[in-house]
Write a protein that binds this ligand. Structure first.
Ligand SMILES: [Cu+2]
Length: 311
């Protein structure tokens, strides 16, 4: 059945949690197929059997047998089995088995939706999310979530737009919220779909099982440019991810495109490599990007010193 569903457009599943969801989807389809092949012939039979020419006058007594009640009861039992046997456990796992915020084995990301983009906030090298404040939100200066860069823990934080980066085979936790209206983060290949609700910070957790690239969509009709809330998802090798994040974190501290230019180029190349399915070369490129970012940061610091001397 799952193969048939893949042929009909269900994408491959690339998360540990997706297996349970796929099983539920599979059972629902099996039940619906069975129902369809029972109800459809029955419906056609009733159309012919009770046609007007054969029954010119309505029978006021109606059907006496209880077969239809038994059939309905049977359907209700199967539906209850799907709900209690499959849907509840899958949901229970999804809302209860979420790694704690201080769990170092998991990757933690904050995602803030807004009309019409996804803002991804990574804690950076220090693993601590810098604070953000509403009054600091400034779209012109690209501070979409109001990150307080004056705070020491925020200096190395990484802000990405419409891009999620994750390592393979590690639990990922996304803390999802929204800046304006209700959006919905949809990661089809992980079987993740969660509403982003203003005023709430909702954790979602899953574990990617394969490196690769996919698209992110918004699954709530959130406004006139809803269609443009398209994002990209990159699943790196564990080392590739570490280097990618460390390089991006250094570039965030550097905050100077001229110095970080070469490192940025390597990071872009790493993303292209993942897109083309070369996660090992992506890992190499991300490592090079990190080395370049370190050099760029040292260069800038020493030249800042020069400027100070000249002054
Ligand atoms: Cu949206």
């Amino acid at each position: 059945m799952l193969e048939l569903l893949h042929k009909l457009g269900l994408p491959e599943n690339f998360s540990v949690q997706g297996v349970g969801i796929d099983a539920t989807i599979e059972w629902i389809h099996i039940l619906m197929f069975v129902l369809f092949f029972i109800w459809a012939p029955f419906f056609i039979y009733t159309l012919i059997r009770f046609r007007r020419s054969r029954n010119p006058k309505a029978d006021y007594k109606g059907v006496k047998s209880h077969i239809s009640s038994y059939l309905e009861g049977g359907v209700a039992i199967i539906e209850a089995a799907i709900l209690i046997g499959f849907a509840f456990p899958v949901w229970e796992e999804r809302v209860n088995d979420i790694p704690a915020p201080d769990d170092k084995d998991a990757v933690h990301i904050q995602v803030v939706a807004q009309q019409f983009q996804w803002n991804m906030h990574y804690a950076g090298d220090d693993n601590i999310f810098g604070p953000s404040r509403i009054d600091l939100i400034n779209d012109e200066s690209q501070n979409f979530i109001g990150l307080d860069r004056s705070d020491a823990t925020a200096l190395d934080d990484i802000m990405l737009f419409n891009e999620i980066h994750l390592p393979v085979n590690r639990d990922a936790v996304i803390y999802l919220s929204s800046r304006d209206v209700i959006h919905s983060l949809f990661l089809p290949i992980f079987r993740v779909k969660q509403d982003a609700v203003p005023g709430m910070r909702i954790p979602i957790s899953f574990k990617p099982t394969q490196t690769g690239y996919s698209e992110i969509a918004c699954a709530q009709l959130c406004g006139n440019s809803h269609y443009s809330m398209k994002g990209y998802l990159y699943v790196h090798t564990p080392n590739g991810y570490e280097s990618f994040i460390k390089a991006s974190s250094k570039l965030a501290v550097l905050d100077d495109y001229d110095y970080g230019f070469e490192a940025e180029k390597k990071l872009k190349a790493a993303k292209e490599a993942i897109k083309s399915g070369y996660s090992i070369s992506a890992e190499k490129l991300a490592t090079e990007a990190y080395e370049l970012a370190v050099i760029a940061l040292e260069d800038k610091e020493s030249s800042d010193g020069d400027e100070w001397d000249d002054w």
